[in-house]
Each structure stands twice: as C-alpha cells, then as structure tokens.
Design a protein around this ligand. Structure first.
Ligand code: AMP
Length: 115
C-alpha cells in the first residue's frame, strides 16, 4: 500500500483526524476508533512499514515505537495494573491496516491466549 493511500500515513500527515495522545520524533500514539478495552491506543512509526517484519528488514529502529507504547501505558494509568502490547501480522492474526501498529490494551483483566 503506497503512503498516499495508507490511512495511518494520513493520520501522521494530519490529513485525517485522530485522538492523538502522545508523540515522539519517530512515533505517534492515538486512540483506537473501535476500542476493545478501557485503554486501547495504537502506536505507530511515522515511517510507513506494512508489517513488523518489513520494518526490521528495512533496517528501521523499532525502539521509538516501544518507548512510546510503554510511556502511553504509564500515562493511561495501566503500567502497574497491567496491559498488553499486540502486533497483529497478516491474515490469521486479523491485521486489517498495513502500517505497522502496536496495540496498547489495558484497564481490564484479559484472557490468555487471545481468541
Ligand atoms: P489490526 O487488526 O491490528 O490491523 O488493527 C487495526 C486497528 O485500527 C483496529 O483496531 C481499528 O479499530 C483501528 N483503526 C482503523 N482505522 C482507524 C482510525 N482511522 N483511527 C483509529 N483507529 C483506527
């Protein structure tokens, strides 16, 4: 998917609205439009990479994404109570947006393994 039609690239560019909760040089965090828990934030790299594997294969640094994700967990008040970071990849995991994103999910007790 080219950057020009990627919905998350449009959020990075400010071309479509999002409820942005945190930003850094390399990543931004915004609330999921269809939250599955009291805390459900997506953290994405500003750069377009379809999947985690693609991002790593490109030699890009994933650290900024995870730094922002843990920072969001603290700011949302779930760092101590607990939260889950999820990276869905491809069809079996129900990846629907092909711009790498880390789900930060918390605020309730979660089942393991996920369905
Ligand atoms: P995934 O299944 O891991 O690809 O998750 C994609 C997530 O993006 C879903 O949880 C959607 O609810 C969420 N989503 C899709 N479009 C938007 C949007 N414009 N703003 C915020 N979240 C979105």
């Amino acid at each position: 998917v080219p950057d020009s039609v990627c919905i998350f690239c449009k959020i990075v560019a400010g071309e479509i609205p999002a409820d942005i909760v945190a930003e850094s040089d390399s990543a931004i965090a915004f609330r999921d439009i269809s939250p599955q828990a009291p805390v459900h934030v997506l953290v994405i790299p500003r750069e377009h990479h379809a999947t985690l594997a693609d991002m790593l294969a490109a030699g890009a640094d994933i650290t900024g994404v995870f730094n922002l994700a843990t920072s969001v967990a603290s700011a949302e008040g779930v760092a101590d109570s607990g939260y889950r970071l999820v990276v869905n990849t491809n069809a079996d995991a129900n990846q629907t947006v092909f711009h790498l994103h880390v789900h930060v999910i918390g605020g309730r007790v979660m089942a393991w393994p996920p369905g």
